[in-house]
Design a protein around this ligand. Structure first.
Ligand code: CA
Length: 358
């Protein structure tokens, strides 16, 4: 290398170093608190918020710091929405369908029974206008949302006795929250809402006949297989539930642009990573459960068909009385109908061949 090039190279390097440090000095140090709805024991879900915080820390060289709090540490797990809305915390990690009591339209941000799988949810959010519609809706709650993870299709849960047909749902006491519970109630079951820690003892002593949770990896840790051997699939009420990061709108607007970009990038990474982690951890967990005598059953067809029918009756009834729900539902349903036409061709036939043809 010629001497001149060396000097040029050295000064270019020095210059970019100066620019970098000048920019780093310009950007403020920001400390936020994030309230998660989840306990640390749900490591795959809780971990998405930790990933977000760790990435932001690295990207901004420690200037944008987010401290993550588990559910109940500073905010009760099911009050993350209110905490972000009121600015008690700057941001949160939660599932929007916890708040359907305020407005059923919240469900679109997570999932609706017989709705999208994880891929379709992402497609709708990022390219189908879903994120825009949800953000419009969330504005009146003073927040902006970011997709923040997905579990993939969940399992249908643990049943003390086998379910052979629709008639077996009569009087069945099942721990299942949200719209899934409403549907089961219409089919004769008695849905129960229990916090995570209360489910196992209730199932053990027969206070409930069944419970749903997530899938093999998370369910195994709670030990349901020790007291109910029948493990049903699929969890048709959660075909691709999305978790979300909420950010207080005013706090978001105050963020420097590079931090906004960093947040979007880290949230997108957390969104992808959670599903990948579940897809890697569920198969070995399922094998361990089966080795311990767990019996796998698909839900009977008449249960699935009746549940789907009730689900769409509920949506039509809600759309008739709730303008916010109606606005999003129309777009959601259009996207869903088109997606099903596509997914049933290449995706479904490829999957069916691989899974079932020897
Ligand atoms: Ca569930």
């Amino acid at each position: 290398m010629k001497r001149r090039d060396l000097i040029m190279g050295a000064s270019a390097g020095m210059l970019s170093g100066l620019v970098a440090s000048a920019r780093a000095v310009d950007l403020p140090t920001i400390r936020w608190r994030l309230a998660s709805s989840y306990p640390k024991s749900l490591d795959t879900i809780y971990g998405a918020a930790e990933l977000l915080a760790a990435r932001l820390n690295r990207i901004t060289e420690g200037k944008f710091q987010i401290r993550v709090f588990a559910g109940g540490e500073i905010v009760p797990g099911l009050q993350v929405l209110e905490a972000v809305e009121q600015g008690t915390v700057e941001c949160g990690h939660t599932a929007s369908y916890y708040y359907v009591g305020k407005n059923m339209a919240f469900a679109f941000d997570t999932c609706l029974p017989f709705g999208f799988n994880a891929r379709e949810q992402n497609a709708w959010m990022y390219f189908g206008g879903g994120l825009q519609l949800m953000r419009e809706f969330f504005k009146s709650y003073n927040l902006i949302s970011f997709p923040g993870g997905n579990t993939g299709v969940q399992m249908g849960g643990w049943f003390r006795k086998e379910i052979k047909s629709l008639a077996d749902l009569k009087g069945l006491k099942m721990r299942i929250p949200g719209i899934g519970g409403q549907i089961l109630a219409r089919l004769g079951a008695v849905p129960q809402t229990l916090a995570g820690g209360d489910i196992y003892p209730a199932l053990e002593r027969g206070a409930i006949d069944a419970t749903e949770w997530v899938g093999p990896y998370d369910d195994e840790k709670l030990g349901f297989h020790k007291v109910a051997k029948n493990y049903y699939y699929p969890g048709w009420w959660e075909g691709g539930p999305q978790l979300s990061f909420y950010v207080n709108l005013k706090k978001w607007q105050e963020l420097p642009d590079p931090y906004k970009a960093a947040f979007e990038t880290a949230a997108a990474e957390a969104n992808v990573t959670m599903l990948a982690e579940y897809d890697a951890k569920n198969p070995p967990a399922l094998m361990r459960l089966v080795k311990q005598g767990v019996k796998l059953h698909p839900f009977p067809q008449d249960v699935m068909v009746a549940a789907r029918q009730e689900a769409f009756k509920i949506y039509d009834e809600e759309a008739a009385r709730n303008p916010a729900f109606q606005r999003i539902y129309g777009e959601w349903k259009k996207f869903r109908d088109a997606s099903l036409q596509w997914m049933k061709l290449a995706e479904a036939s490829y999957a069916n061949f691989l899974y079932y043809t020897k």
